[in-house]
Design a binder for this molecule. Structure first.
Ligand code: CU
Length: 143
């Protein structure tokens, strides 16, 4: 009888955990802003696919910017360059990092005064039909 109760409790914990974990998790989302008259911005975050199948990040947009693109930074012939990437594959049960000098979200032609804002919303669309509205923190230099 005791063993059955224990098994039951473990099952409850298992299902609670399965329910609380988001299918796609986005953490540490931020955009560095260095000067008041900055025109180009980049957003960085860690994105984790908790599902049992690979998912692609297929679309990305924000009502705060006219132009939002996925970019990949690289060094070509000793020069730092960026190129546009169409989509980003998120392997199952893995975290993909968007970070300086790597993959990032390029944000251009702001519709708002980004310097004056604390954060903005980035909408991410995925190949499984889901989408996430993520709050991106604006990080300014410390005074
Ligand atoms: Cu870029």
């Amino acid at each position: 009888m005791k063993k059955i109760q224990l098994l039951f409790i473990l099952l409850i914990f298992y299902f609670m955990n399965a329910c609380s974990k988001a299918e796609i998790e986005i953490e540490n989302a931020y955009t560095p802003v260095r000067t008041e008259n900055q025109r180009m911005f980049a957003a960085y975050f860690d994105i984790t696919n908790n599902t049992n199948e690979a998912i692609k990040l297929t679309g990305i947009k924000s009502s705060s910017f006219n132009s939002v693109m996925l970019h990949q930074s690289s060094i070509v012939d000793g020069m730092a360059t960026m190129r546009h990437i169409e989509s980003l594959t998120l392997p199952t049960k893995q975290q993909v990092k968007l970070e300086p000098n790597g993959k990032h979200v390029m944000l251009m032609s702001a519709k708002e005064d980004i310097w004056e804002k604390e954060s903005f919303i980035l909408t991410l669309e995925f190949s499984n039909g889901s989408s996430i509205d993520k709050n991106i923190l604006i990080k300014k230099p410390k005074k």
